[in-house]
Design a protein around this ligand. Structure first.
Ligand code: HEM
Length: 260
């Protein structure tokens, strides 16, 4: 037998293409797409977590060029996540209704990796965990993450090392303002802040894209995960990982340059 590594043994292709198991009987044509798209999202969430952890480590080592490199990839993946909604929208609402009952009560609401991304970045809604069936190990992992410094905390620690005040929301906004009014003085920090806001913006864009798709598919029906559905999702658009970074924009204006 040829035991050299091959495309399919390296990538575990046989296992991978065996992981789609539609529940509808007779099997609904669109259920395969529905399963694959969610699986693809979970793979990208895995990659996002991998990159975000690398960002945190690089921040702690003050390696801002490396952080920029990771963010370039992260933003590209985020664009892809937003665009992938298009594929699912080739399914009509009625086609979805034809197999939706089989999923009940499963929902993206229960995506552990999605919560991990939120927790790592600092949106820590512990109440969302009650909807997720998980092992003790998984729960312990999320609880540990909820008590660890967030991505934002790591950014603040770096700013502090660079002499910027971060001890209150007002101080942070003022530090951001100083960086924004004179980017050349701290160009690496300016780039970091722009990468962070782009990450936040793209995350919210995904949320927005998802909720519009949900409305398009199920209108104002309640979710299979037990929430009010589109109404609940619409409220999540208010979650920001780096609120002061948005707030500082209000405080920028002509004349600030002279004060920096
Ligand atoms: C026909 C397509 C889809 C519909 C109708 C839909 C519907 C919903 C609804 C109603 C919720 C609110 C929770 C609930 O009560 O269930 C939700 C949450 C969620 N869905 Fe989807 N979804 C769809 C596709 C997707 C896809 C492809 C993903 C990718 C992983 C996804 C990820 C999520 C996540 C992460 C949440 C939790 C959001 C949060 O709590 O902030 N959904 N979805």
């Amino acid at each position: 037998m040829d035991d050299r590594i091959s495309y399919s043994s390296y990538l575990k292709v046989d296992e991978l293409v065996d992981l789609q198991r539609p529940l509808s009987r007779p099997e609904h044509h669109d259920e395969t797409l529905f399963i694959i798209i969610h699986q693809v999202y979970e793979l990208w969430f895995k990659q996002l977590l991998h990159e975000l952890r690398a960002v945190v480590e690089a921040l702690d080592r003050d390696e801002l060029l490396r952080v920029a490199k990771y963010f370039r990839r992260i933003h590209t993946i985020q664009r892809l996540l937003e665009q992938q909604v298009d594929v699912l929208e080739t399914m009509t609402p009625q086609e979805f209704n034809e197999f939706r009952d089989n999923l009940n009560p499963a929902s993206g609401f229960q995506s552990l990796q999605f919560r991990e991304v939120e927790f790592l970045c600092g949106v820590r809604r512990m109440d969302t965990l009650k909807y997720i069936t998980m092992t003790d190990g998984q729960r312990a992992k999320l609880e540990r993450l909820a008590n660890e410094p967030s991505l934002y905390d790591h950014v603040k620690a770096l700013l502090e090392r660079r002499g910027f005040a971060v001890d209150s929301s007002e101080a942070l906004i003022e530090s951001f303002r100083r960086i924004y009014v004179n980017p050349d003085a701290n160009y690496d920090l300016y780039l970091l802040l722009e990468d962070l806001i782009e990450f936040d913006e793209r995350f919210i864009l995904w949320r927005g894209r998802h909720v519009r798709m949900v409305e398009r598919m199920i209108g104002h029906k309640i979710g299979t995960g037990g929430s009010s559905g589109a109404e609940y999702l619409q409220r999540t658009l208010n979650h920001k990982f780096f609120p002061e970074l948005w707030e500082v924009r209000t405080h920028l204006g002509t004349g600030n340059y002279a004060q920096s």
